[in-house]
Design a protein around this ligand. Structure first.
Ligand code: ADP
Length: 409
């Protein structure tokens, strides 16, 4: 090797080293860049996943919110009938706690043969079933159950979903309506049969005996009057019962002294005829917001009863008292009083303590039910205090201001 050749070799070597270095630097830059790209892509994926999780969480939370706020009880069971989940309404209706019921067999947590029969029948018939069962819990009496099969992602049976609704109030109302219809028919039948019978006899025996004919016509008139009273009372009750009765009522300030005066005057002569004295103690400034005609009818019904059921030479007393948020009108008599066992049912339609006596006195058996409904459309209530042999006090409690919404019962 010549001396002149040394630098050129060095230069070549140097060049090679330099180009290797540049290549390595470039390779490093490319690797770094691609690493950054991968990291960025990964960060993007993580962000997307986090967003998806957040959205799923929000979706789950809103589904839970819907599920928990439903009034329908939802109970999910797996194929072995273990409780998988239940919402708040199901906890309330079935009297269960989600924390203790979850994961346990339905038979273990609920002892209701009717419910278990329903679940078994639903499973046997492919999962779809509907039935009403009586269920004695604090929250419900009659439950309407609807079962649907739960399927997994592949469409295989995974359990049962049961929706439960409390239909106790509806069924009670239906029973009351059908009882009422049966009672009305029964009440109408007696005067109609009487009228028919006496008119037929009159037609048969003719008018030869005018005194007898007059007596028969008197019976016909009594029965026709009874029918008229019945129809009037039934109409009054049904108009009071229409859900929005209160919205159609014209409430006005009603001074109770001016309300009671004409009602008492109208009844006074029949009271005096029986030797009964009526006294009223009504503060001049006792005023309630209500319907004058309905309140007048309620008072007339209570006063008529007080007179009808009291013995001669007794006293009937009307007292009005005011508290801060209510006004009470009390009608007190010195009549025979009512045995305690009758008191809880006294305001029911057609409930009578003494059937014969009520009918004989021309009663329809609806007077107190009407009083109760009149108090209710005013946002008030009724009460009775009575003891056999010690007279009775019937009270109507009215709020000082009427409610915004009718408390319908
Ligand atoms: P009726 O038309 O039979 O009087 P009501 O609904 O007004 O119907 O009363 C229901 C029942 O309550 C009556 O049949 C009677 O047995 C009893 N009753 C009501 N008011 C009195 C009273 N002041 N004293 C005793 N019993 C009463």
């Amino acid at each position: 090797m010549t001396l002149a050749a040394v630098p050129s070799v060095l230069i070549w070597l140097l060049g090679a080293v330099l180009s290797l270095g540049a290549g390595a630097a470039m390779a490093w830059t490319i690797a770094a860049r691609s690493r950054r790209r991968v990291e960025a892509a990964r960060a993007e994926q993580i962000a997307a996943l986090e967003a998806r999780i957040r959205s799923l969480d929000a979706q789950h939370a809103s589904q839970q919110l819907v599920l928990q706020s439903m009034t329908t009880g939802i109970l999910a069971l797996d194929v072995q009938q273990h409780v998988v989940s239940l919402n708040a309404a199901a906890e309330r209706l079935f009297g269960l706690s989600s924390a203790t019921a979850r994961g346990r067999l339905l038979q273990e947590v609920l002892r209701s043969p009717e419910l278990h029969r329903f679940v078994n029948d639903a499973i046997a018939t492919g999962g779809t079933a509907r039935r009403e069962i009586t269920f004695d819990s604090a929250a419900a009496g009659i439950l309407h159950l609807a079962a649907e099969p739960l399927l997994d992602a592949d469409g295989a049976p995974a359990g049962l979903l049961i929706a439960a609704d409390d239909v106790t109030a509806e069924r009670r109302l239906e029973a009351m309506r059908s009882d009422f219809a049966a009672n009305v028919s029964h009440e109408l039948r007696t005067p109609i049969t009487n009228i028919k019978g006496y008119v037929e006899t009159l037609l048969e025996v003719g008018w030869e005996d005018p005194a007898r004919a007059k007596q028969f016509l008197g019976v016909v008139l009594d029965n026709a009057q009874r029918l008229a009273h019945l129809v009037e009372d039934i109409l009054a009750l049904s108009s009071l019962e229409q859900r929005h009765a209160q919205e159609r009522l014209q409430f006005e300030p009603v001074p109770l002294s001016s309300l009671l005066e004409p009602v008492i005057d109208e009844i006074r002569s029949s009271a005096e005829a029986r030797g009964i004295v009526i006294e009223a103690h009504v503060p001049d400034d006792a005023i309630v917001l209500g319907s004058r005609s309905l309140l007048g009818q309620a008072m007339a019904n209570l006063l008529q009863n007080a007179i009808q059921y009291s013995g001669p030479r007794t006293r009937v007393r009307v007292d009005v008292t005011r508290e801060s948020d209510s006004t009470t009108i009390a009608v007190r008599d010195e009549g025979p009083g009512i045995a305690e066992k009758h008191l809880p049912r006294l305001f029911e339609r057609f409930y009578r303590v003494d059937q014969a006596r009520s009918r004989e006195a021309g009663g329809t058996g609806l007077g107190l039910a009407i009083v109760k409904h009149i108090a209710m459309v005013h946002g008030g209530r009724v009460s009775v205090e009575s003891r056999l042999g010690a007279g009775s006090v019937f009270r109507v409690h009215l709020p000082t201001t009427p409610p915004a919404e009718q408390p319908w019962i």
